[in-house]
Design a protein around this ligand. Structure first.
Ligand code: RIB
Ligand code: CA
Length: 316
């Protein structure tokens, strides 16, 4: 995929500060045709993540149908992360009220309609729990071939962040993740192995704030807010979990990746939600995911900062 290839995408997430920045990057790339936006319960309730999705699309001028996802994971009760993203799920700078309504379709059915109508296979960029994508695969197996790949933020081969073994997105809905990782659809997995390296530092926030357009101003404030939680944990910057799932499609050259066979633990007292990567190939199974393992942080940060200039050229 060269620099000029256009990428038709569905944005599926639980905004969420880093989801919002990921969507800002996708729009700014000028290479992604955003065909649909779907909300999922995760960082906050489905009502809040849906409202946030509408506000972000209004801010960015994303002209695509928005559909509300399932209110809860496939099996277990919902989990939220107010400690990270606040009560609204997107605390911090004021945002415009939604300029658009919601699709009458569910997230699953809007995804299916989008795949059905697209002339070429579509990339699903999933930055929250995989509930909607699993529902799509269960309800519409006939559309699997219309999914080019699933670029997802989730999991961690080496460790978790919500439990020692499990990353939040996978832990919220491990059954959904198991369905996705067993589907045979090509997966690009941005797990904690790389996203914890993809730090945006305060000096980078300041570079974004200095750009001087309304979207860059808000992104700088989202970063400041997102950094509060992480600074208290000793981070030097804000880990750009979700933007990695977008950046890896646009600039794979700044990452290192490795095909791996990944299994999702859905049982276990200590390890439910773990993404178990077969690093030594001991299972004999062929890889089912391309796992991103490292990133050139400075190049990543420069690309993210530069992308925010897009919104200053009247390109909304
Ligand atoms: O573990 C990080 C993930 O959980 C990110 O997608 C963040 O938005 C939260 O959903
Ligand atoms: Ca997210």
């Amino acid at each position: 995929m060269n620099e000029q290839t256009r990428i038709p995408v569905i944005l599926d997430g639980d905004p969420g500060h880093d989801d919002a920045i990921a969507w800002t990057l996708a729009k700014a790339s000028g290479r992604m045709d955003i065909l649909a936006v779907t909300s999922v319960a995760g960082n906050q309730t489905i009502q809040k993540t849906t409202y946030n999705a509408q506000r972000i699309c209004t801010l960015l001028g994303i002209d695509a149908p928005i559909a509300q996802g399932r209110p809860r994971p496939l099996i277990e009760p919902p989990m939220n992360a107010p400690s990270v993203h606040g009560e609204s799920g997107l605390d911090g700078p004021p945002l415009p009220e939604p300029a658009m309504g919601l699709s009458e379709l569910s997230a699953c059915e809007l995804m299916a309609k989008t795949l059905r109508e697209s002339l070429t296979p579509v990339t699903i960029i999933s930055t929250g729990p995989l509930t909607n994508t699993a529902a799509l695969l269960l309800a519409h197996p006939e559309l699997k071939e219309k999914i080019a790949r699933i670029s997802l933020m989730g999991g961690g081969i080496a460790y978790g962040n919500w439990t020692p073994a499990a990353e939040f997105n996978i832990l919220v809905d491990p059954e959904a993740a198991k369905i996705v990782f067993r589907s045979g659809v090509p997966i690009l997995m941005a797990g904690l192995d790389v996203t914890e390296q993809a730090l945006i530092l305060p000096e980078d926030f300041r570079r974004i704030a200095a750009i001087g357009n309304p979207v860059a101003d808000i992104v700088a404030q989202w970063l400041e807010f997102f950094y509060i939680f992480h600074k208290n944990l000793g981070y030097d910057g804000a880990p750009m979990h979700d933007p990695c799932a977008v950046m890896a499609l646009l600039h794979p050259e700044v990452f290192t990746m490795k095909p791996l066979y990944v299994q999702i633990e859905t049982a276990g007292k200590y390890c439910r939600g773990a993404t178990v990567g077969d690093l030594l190939g001991v299972t004999g199974h062929a890889p089912n995911a391309t796992c991103i393992l490292s990133v050139d942080r400075k190049r990543f940060a420069d690309l993210l900062v530069d992308a925010m200039r897009f919104y200053g050229e009247g390109q909304k």
